[in-house]
Design a protein around this ligand. Structure first.
Ligand code: MN
Length: 488
């Protein structure tokens, strides 16, 4: 289980009695938070920090502890902030500054100077906040009584985002083939991705997969076939085509296991040795939380894996989707998102059907794929693009809607949504921001989760929501470009 360190600040000046009380109080608070958050992270009490040596000690320990995904900081008393400078410079884990109190209410009848000396986070947290701001430390400040549900929820969100960032560090991403020829937005700086996010992205030949396929046993393939018939409706006579996908999936699973892979890409331009484009195979794997994006789009594949990690334990769906085509009745515009084949069945409104149809691109045999209509509800679409000198996240709020009419001739899974604040503004803003036609869509996560991820990783974020206005949005983009130039 991953951990959050609960670090309480104080100082030597207060004497043993007050410091002992501070320790007792914060131990109780850490235990309470641990109880509430245990499904996402263990909250570990740390001895109250009294001086710069102890501050440096605990921050160095947090930074070095592979199980620690972040720290919760709280100043029970005043804690002169110069003692935190060295510690904060050494801290490499995300920080949540919890601005709270041990006591919920003021004891009006009995309050005296002893109480005031012990309970002064209103004062101590401001001193601590100043030095964080002065040092330029990105952190999440959560204010409120620590037992209140909204405060607990904000800490939970932080813990999940921090766990996802931690998961990304050292995550291995496989590209079967390279980026689709001539495509710009799916390409990117893989070295920079590793420097910034820890994503280790590497190329593999599709032949590596073919080698595994040739060594599969009938039993392995039969096992995959029975998994398919349990999970899906078989809506084809072409069992051979389905079996072909079963082989691909069994082989990809072996490969993922062997190479410790969390996300992968392929491309229809490089399928030497495969008879079909992997469709059903990839769809079934995506539903297990592995990242995938087609056409060598390693950024979307990696981001999908990271966001699936962030959404663990929540209801809702998370996966790759591509902007495809529109229905444009005025003021009722709807987008249809899909892909050639690879739409994750987590988006299915009903039990998906396995079908076999021609692909019409790539010159291969007719591939088996899952076909279904999409779920409905509030969600987000997130795109990561490489601006040359930085990565940018574009996050749009969307409303997934029921398709207005059946589409019996469409041989792929589809999801439909409406843009915010409306089609005209939402689509234009996405395009001004350089957002890709590939995105991670989630009904489990919100803009707040992406904002935390962006903050923890120092990634530029632009949000498109109900409040977006194009003039201000374009100005924001101009300012972000100017800022990036200044930072160069
Ligand atoms: Mn695509």
């Amino acid at each position: 289980m991953k951990k959050l360190y609960f670090i309480t600040g104080s100082q030597d000046l207060y004497g043993e009695e007050t410091l002992a009380r501070a320790a007792e109080d914060s131990k109780e608070m850490a235990a309470y938070l641990n109880e509430k958050l245990r499904s996402v992270s263990e909250v570990v009490f740390q001895p109250v920090v009294r001086n710069s040596a102890e501050a440096l000690g605990v921050c160095t320990e947090a930074s070095a502890d592979p199980d620690c995904v972040g720290v919760i900081m709280w100043m029970h008393t005043f804690s002169p902030a110069k003692m935190w400078i060295g510690a904060l410079k050494a801290l490499s884990k995300p920080m949540l500054h919890l601005h709270t109190q041990y006591n919920k209410r003021l004891p009006y009848g009995s309050i005296d100077m002893d109480f005031m000396n012990l309970n002064q986070s209103a004062h101590g947290d401001r001193e601590f906040g100043f030095i964080c701001t002065r040092l330029g430390i990105k952190r999440e400040v959560v204010s409120g009584y620590y037992k209140h549900d909204d405060v607990i929820e904000k800490i939970r969100r932080f813990a999940q985002a921090a766990s996802a960032v931690d998961f990304g560090r050292g995550m291995r991403v496989a590209m079967f083939g390279s980026n689709m020829r001539d495509v710009a937005v799916t390409d990117g700086d893989r070295v920079e991705s590793e420097i910034k996010y820890g994503w280790n992205v590497n190329y593999y030949g599709i032949g590596d997969l073919c080698d595994i396929i040739s060594g599969l046993t009938d039993g392995e393939i039969d096992g995959k076939m029975s998994e398919y018939s349990e999970k899906y409706v078989i809506n084809t006579e072409n069992a051979a085509a389905v079996r072909e996908q079963a082989k691909y999936e069994a082989a990809i699973e072996r490969f993922i296991e062997r190479e410790n892979i969390s996300a992968f890409t392929d491309t229809f331009q490089d399928l030497h040795g495969l008879n079909q484009l992997p469709g059903l195979a990839v769809q079934n794997i995506m539903a297990k939380g592995f990242g995938f994006a087609p056409e060598g789009d390693y950024k979307t594949a990696a981001l999908t894996a990271v966001l699936c990690k962030m959404a663990e334990g929540r209801s809702g769906a998370t996966g790759f989707l591509e902007d495809y085509t529109y229905d444009l009745p005025q003021n009722e515009e709807i987008e249809l998102a899909s892909h050639m084949l690879e739409v994750s069945p987590v988006f299915a409104a009903d039990k998906p059907k396995i079908e076999v149809h021609p692909l019409g691109i790539g010159g291969k045999s007719d591939p088996a794929r899952l076909v279904f209509d999409g779920i409905t509800g509030e969600g987000i679409a997130v795109s990561m693009v490489d601006m040359g000198d930085r990565f940018r996240l574009v996050c749009a709020e969307i409303t997934l809607v029921k398709q207005p009419q059946p589409m019996p001739e469409l041989p792929v899974a589809r999801v439909m949504w409406k843009l915010k604040p409306d089609f005209a503004v939402g689509a234009a803003a996405w395009i001004y921001a350089g957002g890709a036609h590939h995105a991670v869509v989630s009904t489990a996560l919100t803009v707040e989760d992406i904002r935390l991820f962006a903050k923890m990783t120092g990634t530029e974020l632009v949000v498109i929501d109900e409040k977006t206005e194009l003039n201000a949005f374009e100005q924001q983009l101009d300012m972000l470009d100017a800022l990036a130039k200044l930072r160069r």
